[in-house]
Design a protein around this ligand. Sequence first.
Ligand SMILES: [Zn+2]
Ligand SMILES: [Zn+2]
Ligand SMILES: [Zn+2]
Ligand SMILES: [Zn+2]
Ligand SMILES: [Zn+2]
Ligand SMILES: [Zn+2]
Length: 359
Amino acid sequence: MSRFPFLLALLLVWTLAGEGVRAEMVCTDCRQPIEGTFIRWGQQAFHPQHFACAGCARPIAGNYVPHQGKPYHAACYAERFGERCAQCDRPISGKFMKHEGQAYHPACFQANVAPRCDVCDAGILGRYLVDPMGNRYHAEHRIPLCTYCRRAVSPKTSQGGYTYGDGRSVCGMCYPQVIRSDREVAAAIEEVRAKLETWGLSVPQTAAPLKLVDLNRLKQLMRRGGLHGQNIQGFTSVLSETQGGQVTKREIAVYVLNGMPREDFMGTVAHELTHVWINLNATKKLHPTLEEGACNYVRSLLHAQSGTPDAARNLSSMKDDPDEHYGRGYRRAKAYADRNGLPALLTLMRRGSAFPLGY
Ligand SMILES: [Zn+2]
Ligand SMILES: [Zn+2]
Ligand SMILES: [Zn+2]
Ligand SMILES: [Zn+2]
Ligand SMILES: [Zn+2]
Ligand SMILES: [Zn+2]
């Protein structure tokens, strides 16, 4: 919002100091002698009632705008020479909006030119937010973003949505993808297990029970395991009993977040089952960059094969993830597998403990 830099001059009213001192002074307008108060305009003098606006010819009492040697009421000046609103064509005085070289009354701009809010459809004048899908909306709406696709959740931007008891928001476009029934869950897990098998990561069904939990329970389990993180979707817990340095008993359990869209669920299962595979096959403790990176790389293979928009979203968030282990580790695992092949990456996970130099 700006303000026109109107040059407003203040009317100066003079009073003759004494009788006869300037008796020769006459009003430029009526040619009659001036007595008492008068208005000085350059070399000219006027009776106050004869000092008139060059626009409307009515007397000026108060502020005026000088323009090419003539005085104007501010409104008359705006009418004749001032900027006009590109929307209603009426003159603008006072506050206005400038947009693409044109000036607008703020109300005209908001009603006709301003970008529309994708949530309430009114014009946006002030601060606004943009979700990753390009939806623009007033900052004051305070609506949540979908935990999965990051869309602003509202009837217009996401076909509504839901909020889970653990605080997650799922938009109306992701919600139909959420797998809920035990049968769907079991089938999806089996599908991931079969995929991992074809890539050389065999994880027997009996190796680890897989449980679905909400976000509060998942965070609690992770805290108990001394772990924490953002955007948690799954957790693999390993309890080992050792005697004399030998592992005598190992209990592995996989916890996966419930209520996720199918692609996110399957990706999480692929990631966690890779942890199980590592626990069953690795001879050394893996550095977290290698372990989380490799788990995410296996996850990426699943997303790459499924090719859905949700899969593309998952892949791009891993590609851009700044996290040392989940993001950078993933990119190092991918570079390693791209150059040496997946079997070589599996061998590294079985025998090594970290990425070799150069990765
Ligand atoms: Zn006069
Ligand atoms: Zn006027
Ligand atoms: Zn206007
Ligand atoms: Zn709005
Ligand atoms: Zn969504
Ligand atoms: Zn992990």
